[in-house]
Design a protein around this ligand. Structure first.
Ligand code: AMP
Ligand code: MG
Length: 390
């Protein structure tokens, strides 16, 4: 039986980063950039007005001016007005490269084709060419996660097909004759399938992935048939990872040509855990109990997902415990917890669970505490995943 650290090391050794791809900008949200993005021109690319008002000779003093024209945003830059003249301008109007100062419309009175300014013209409200970034300046580093702000920046420099991390293509097979879909009232002896929605949610949270889900019985033949054409990056099988008469995941994987690297891990919950590979495809067989499922996802699948997506897997963080310390057990326990930041430290509260099928206390979890086999002090290592509790 391998330790959690040993299985993580196996995953690090066997799983490869997917090749980067170019995606249309609208599909890049949540992906990591696989190239750096630089300004394709000065930003702004030309001097432009930040106000509605008038362009005057650069240092014009307050007084009367003849309004000789109007330049709306989108019109080509005009030439600087001569002495005594003014040009009506608007927010975004392109300005000549030199020789103009601006006065806000609020500081003027107009009378027919003449305008009276109450303040001297200045360049205070000129958005100067290159004042935000010079042509070629680094705007986004490779590895940056694309968020809405980054989407706007990419669009503004014309990067409409950026190179981003590859998207893992995943198939999830949920096994079990006792399962009905979550929208069905389960007859006696049946239970609702919560692992399919759980896994879909875990993957959606982890980042961009393409997920297909299927439900099959315990029949190895049925599973093999459902998977024969799969040519993706990750195969997940829920249930049947153990050694019972109906636990066929290892057989399914072997029949599909996978090399099984591990079939048990010394952890609680989640002891039966299969990790296998076939070429670039990584497979996990997960215990069907929902809490084991949850824990194994964050310990192992998330790690493989991150590596495929070109990210550094999340490391461990030190946290203080608040309230009762979770009890130790001969098997290392990964205890769901809710962690908050308080006065510069991270404080964890262990959440209740009765057994590996119990998810009634799981909703506030944003971390797993590593509880060793011997009682320690009040500091624990934790694997953080959701947002910190306020
Ligand atoms: P297994 O790993 O297939 O032996 O399943 C272990 C336990 O988890 C059994 O009690 C199953 O009924 C339960 N289980 C299996 N799959 C699911 C699922 N998709 N949703 C909820 N519980 C499940
Ligand atoms: Mg089962």
């Amino acid at each position: 039986m391998l330790s959690v650290d040993q299985v993580c090391a196996l995953i690090d050794r066997e799983v490869r980063r997917l090749p980067a791809v170019r995606l249309p900008l609208a599909e890049t949200l949540g992906h990591d950039l696989a190239e750096e993005i630089r300004a394709d021109a000065d930003m702004p690319a030309f001097d432009r007005s930040a106000i509605d008002g008038y362009a005057l000779p650069e240092d014009a003093l307050p007084g009367w001016f003849n309004v000789v024209g109007e330049v709306t945003p989108g019109m080509a830059p005009f030439s600087a007005p001569g002495s005594g003249n003014a040009v009506r301008i608007f927010t975004g109007s392109a300005l000549p490269a030199s020789g103009v100062g601006l006065v806000m419309v609020e500081e003027t009175e107009s009378e027919g084709k003449r305008v009276l300014t109450r303040v001297a013209a200045s360049r205070q409200h000129v958005r100067a060419r290159g004042s935000q970034a010079k042509h070629g300046a680094l705007l986004l580093k490779a590895g940056t996660k694309v968020n809405p702000g980054a989407v706007a920046l990419l669009a503004s420099v014309g990067a409409t097909n950026p190179l981003v991390s590859g998207t893992p293509k995943i198939i999830h097979l949920v096994t079990g004759s006792e399962l009905v879909a979550a929208d069905v009232d389960p007859p006696a002896g049946y239970i609702r399938d919560s692992n399919s929605p759980l896994l879909a949610a875990l993957i959606a949270e982890a980042g961009p992935g393409i997920l297909a889900q299927r439900h099959v019985s315990e029949s190895v033949d049925e599973a093999v048939e459902a998977l024969e054409d799969f040519d993706g990056d990750m195969l997940l099988i829920s249930g049947g990872a153990s050694v019972g008469a109906y636990d066929g995941s290892a057989q399914i994987l072997r029949r599909l040509g996978f090399v099984v690297h591990c079939s048990k891990v010394r952890s609680r919950p989640g002891k039966p855990l299969l990790f296998a590979t076939r070429g670039r495809c990584a497979a996990f067989g997960l215990p069907g109990n929902p809490l084991s499922h949850f824990v194994c996802f964050y310990l192992f699948i998330r790690r493989a997902f991150d590596i495929m997506s070109g990210r550094v897997p999340q490391g461990m963080t030190r946290v203080h415990i608040d309230g009762d310390r979770p009890p130790s057990d001969p098997r290392e326990t990964w205890w769901p917890a809710s962690v908050r930041a308080e006065e510069g430290s991270l404080i964890a509260k262990a959440l209740p669970w009765k057994d590996s099928s119990d998810i009634t206390g799981l909703a506030p979890a944003n971390a797993l505490l590593r509880v060793g086999s011997s009682p320690g002090n009040d500091m624990f290592e934790a694997l953080l995943f959701g947002n910190l509790e306020p």
